[in-house]
Design a protein around this ligand. Sequence first.
Ligand code: ADP
Ligand code: MG
Length: 728
Amino acid sequence: MATLRFNAVKASLNREPVPVEEGERRSELFGKNVFNESAMRQYLTRDSFLSVMDAIENGTKIERHLADHISTGMKEWAITKGATHYTHWFQPLTGATAEKHDAFFETIGNGQAIEKFAGNQLVQQEPDASSFPSGGIRNTFETRGYTAWDPTSPAFIYGTTLCIPTVFVSYTGEALDYKTPLLRALQAVDDAATEVAKYFDKNVTKVNSTLGWEQEYFLVDSAMAASRPDISLAGRTLLGHTAAKGQQLDDHYFGSIPSRALNFMRQLEKECMLLGIPVKTRHNEVAPNQFELAPIFEETNLAVDHNSLLMDLMQKVAEKHHFKVLFHEKPFAGVNGSGKHNNWSLSTNTGVNLLSPSSTPMKNLRFLTFFINTIKAVNEHEALLRASIASASNDYRLGANEAPPSIISVFIGSQLTKVLDELEKVTSGKLSPEEKTDLKLNVVGKIPEILLDNTDRNRTSAFAFTGNKFEFRAVGSTANCANPMTVLNTIVAKQLREFKSKVDLLRSEKKMKKDDAIFNVLREYIKDSKRIRFEGDGYGEAWEKEAKKRGLSNSKNTPEALKARVSKKTISLFEGMGIMSKVEIEARHAIELEEYTMRIQIEGRILGDIARNHIIPTAIQYQNILLENVQGLKNIYGTDFKKFAGEQMELIEKISEHIAKINKGITDLIEARKTANKIEDIDKKAFAYCETVKPYFETIRYHCDKLELLVDDEIWPMTKYRELLFLK
Ligand code: ADP
Ligand code: MG
């Protein structure tokens, strides 16, 4: 029955933009629902305030007796904002955020009650951990876990709930969430980068990793989204013939934002302001109904929290505007997918962006130090970086012969390439005064502050230098940024540590001057990491061949990519840097494999259902109409009927062929699934799903899409691409 489809289309056609009150200015709204510095000053005692600030800035522990003051102040503030409940807000390994709400309300006997929120309720909670994935940690170790307050990310009010950002760990100390290893990685990069930054400025005592993400997404009318089981359950279309018009004309990218979407964005931005998420840009993306939202960059832990919160918020605000947000990396075949570029840099407590070229040779030597070390880190750990962004949904983007590719490479632009080429020629050992002067004046001193070719132009590189930051472009739009950010910050931390010890060694053993030592080590690093640098088009067969020659990994699917998660090298890296233990690493790997398998399994079921319950019956219905028509023609024209019924009869046969192929596809798919399900080993099982189950998706889809072209539009049950993508 196509009723649902037409009702959905009708509902969507009748929609008006939902009005949004502008009200207060953005700057006045900003942070209103956040327990930020100014709220803390107002609601906390001096001692408590200072202890929170010290925890934020220096990672010191907050004393228990102060926690009671803090929780009371926080509660008072929250109640004035209308909050009635509180929750420990955390990011379990499912990818979504989790919360369990408790009321401030407590009875005190005599039929009386008060609003209460004690220090221990702020600091630690015990959610029911058994329903979150733990990758077997809980089988081998402690079964219970707890959430603990992360004071570096401020509490906020969402609806009527005070949300307290927390980490989630097992009682034996294993991380059960995304945030715990991220915080460890951020500490590691702070320590390592501070030491190196001190070569150039003694006043540096802290280095923050900064992250500015760009979130891409699609908006689909909620009625139309609900009319499709695949969108409702899997967040993407599993079938559907491409519309006659796609993105060829680029008219969406340059066009104005449609008014319904614009109002959604305006309201979303208001809500973001209240929560202190500094969103700044909004625009249309390449594909129809695809958009992007980006904030001003922040300290990485906060930026990660803000992205998780935003994704949650977007779905809620969208509901009010009768939209569903599709975060999936490839919700529609044939049009661009969505990503989440992670812009990343390092910034000192003295206010310096360490990846920003500058006006003096000395400052530029500092820039080059961090720049080259980052490239070296990516070169050493490209496979792990690829693994950090692997997911069933991102597989449809990476490795699907479009940009960005599944190969990690670094783009730096022609100006910096020249600089590195020059640096590579530096003499080995001590430098003569002339050489040093020449180097400083003509190479290091000549780096322009604004690099002309480092704009958004190289869209095909997975990891591009964009003027004053690196942009990790291969991150998927559904991803929690914590994962790639943990890896990136860890590998850079390790690299900077090694750099420091090499430089120090040259200084102490070879009695080299600091600059000489730095130039010497950088020269070696430039040579060592040449293979990761690539300035061309980062996808296509030519590059794949070239990358293979260079020994770069090219994992086209998640199970393959995930191998690097548990390699000896990775375990030694994470253990050595104190980020994760072997148990934690293996648990995460298990969760990721299981999640991959489950996603394919679910999609397989949905596709089977749609094809058998919606597509085939419709095709038969249409075939019957044709049969009746042929029968009628035969009745009238007798043996001559074929002259008039030729087309119809051909259609009847074609329909039968497609139905047969779909049926066979589904039967084979189910068989493959059954076989795969019998496999105990989770790694082998994931591979089986990837290699033997998933390929049937294509076959089934192909024939369903062919039927879509043949069958009368009036009875086609699935809302079509042109309706999903082009109705405003
Ligand atoms: P575009 O890439 O669109 O030209 P920008 O270069 O201004 O725009 O920034 C793109 C993204 O990079 C923004 O989300 C911004 O917050 C982020 N960004 C800018 N500088 C930094 C930095 N130092 N660290 C992390 N992210 C940054
Ligand atoms: Mg960008």
